[in-house]
Ligand binder design. Structure first.
Ligand code: UT7
Length: 338
């Protein structure tokens, strides 16, 4: 008779009924860059940047604050908060698009640095929506396999930033945030609502692909470029709908949310989304962008850490996470905070 696949050993027992976030941690580079410094290279002003983006300062990484260093530091804090060691990890996922080595994945180096000897390690590219994509994969992996999964969002945006480009220079910052996703007896991570509109693939992209640099070594370093107004409108009007769907998919209403932790792209986008979601005044809204800038894949876990350390929310409270960006791609889910 033809043999059939029959999971054996620890694989025979299957995974966990549910998953939850058990710890969060962040790393912010040392150097604080104010709007006046950014305006040395672009025709703008502190007043314009504050009014149109909400950003007052951002962090830019120094030479030793590599993507791997920042990701490892954030992960170490998340592991400590979860009360586990890296040895217990089954998988490490890094959401990033600024890891400048095409291969291998940043996750392999970070897993090695942490001592995650039994973990799979890979990167995931979904721009500023990458963290929520990775969180969703992590939750499903925990449900399927048991074990703990580390999810890191890490970006050195300044490596892809043209500091003379008025549409991006004042927005982006560097940093890393991480969460541990663990087995649970109760549902701590709701269904994900996600999607992508490749028809708008050029709304957030690079000025040129890497093979253009090979063809013309004298060309300007490819930098991040975006159609700001187009992304702004899509985020407020379309992505908000995904947020509402994720709340409904979790069996909740907006009034049940204790916190709203969206990708930190622009304070006006955050406020526009909160309005369209009809969040009550009591909902705590993450505005970490004011002092951290837009750190792309790192922004949601960094904002989660900030909200939990400074605001009136705590362990077990419900938060809507809403990521959106290059692709254009988006992902939303409701979680119980660790
Ligand atoms: O995280 C990844 C996804 N990205 C996003 O979510 C970005 C979403 N978009 C945005 O955050 C905003 O569109 C920006 C912050 C990028 C731009 O703000 P805006 O309010 O959409 O500005 P705008 O492009 O509509 O330009 C308004 C005016 C223009 O001047 P006029 O034509 O009205 O005289 C621009 O020339 O502001 C001018 N402007 C600036 N002025 C000073 C554009 N950029 C700047 C600047 N400083 N940096």
């Amino acid at each position: 008779m033809k043999p059939r696949i029959t999971p054996a050993g620890r694989h025979a027992t299957g995974g966990s009924p549910h998953a939850r976030i058990s710890g969060v941690g962040g790393y912010r580079p040392h150097r604080v860059v104010d709007n006046a410094e950014v305006c040395e290279r672009i025709d703008s002003s502190d007043a314009w940047i504050r009014e149109r983006t909400g950003i007052v300062t951002r962090r830019w990484a120094g030479p030793h604050e590599t993507l791997t260093e920042m990701g490892t530091a954030a992960a170490g804090k998340a592991l400590a908060a979860a009360g586990i060691t890296a040895d217990a990890l089954d998988c490490v996922i890094v959401a990033t698009f600024t890891h400048l080595w095409q291969t291998p994945a940043a996750a392999t180096a970070i897993a090695h640095r942490l001592g995650a000897r039994h973990a799979a390690a890979f990167d995931l590219s979904a721009g500023c929506a990458g963290f929520v994509h990775a969180l969703s994969l992590a939750a499903d992996t925990v449900r399927a396999r048991g074990g703990h999964v580390l999810v890191i969002g890490a970006e050195r945006m300044t490596d892809l930033l043209d500091v003379e480009d008025r549409s991006t220079a004042m927005i982006f910052g560097d940093g890393a945030g991480a969460v541990v996703v663990s087995p649970s007896t109760t549902q701590g991570i709701g269904p994900v609502v996600w999607g992508a509109d490749g028809g708008q693939w050029d709304a957030v992209t690079q000025t040129a692909p890497w093979d253009a640099v090979r063809a013309d070594p004298g060309m300007r370093w490819p930098a991040l470029t975006q159609k700001g107004q187009q992304v702004f409108r899509w985020a407020v009007y379309e992505v908000s709908k995904a947020g509402r769907e994720a709340v409904a998919a979790a069996g909740l209403t907006p009034g049940d949310l204790d916190a709203f932790i969206p990708h930190q792209a622009n304070v006006r986008i955050i406020d526009g989304m909160a309005k369209r979601l009809e969040l009550p005044d009591s909902t705590v809204i993450a505005r970490d962008i004011v002092t951290t800038g837009n750190t792309s894949g790192a922004s949601i876990p960094l904002a989660m850490e900030a909200v939990m350390s400074t605001e009136d929310v705590g362990s077990g409270d419900l938060a809507l996470l809403l990521g959106f960006g290059a692709g254009l791609s988006y992902a939303a889910t409701v979680v119980e905070l660790p």
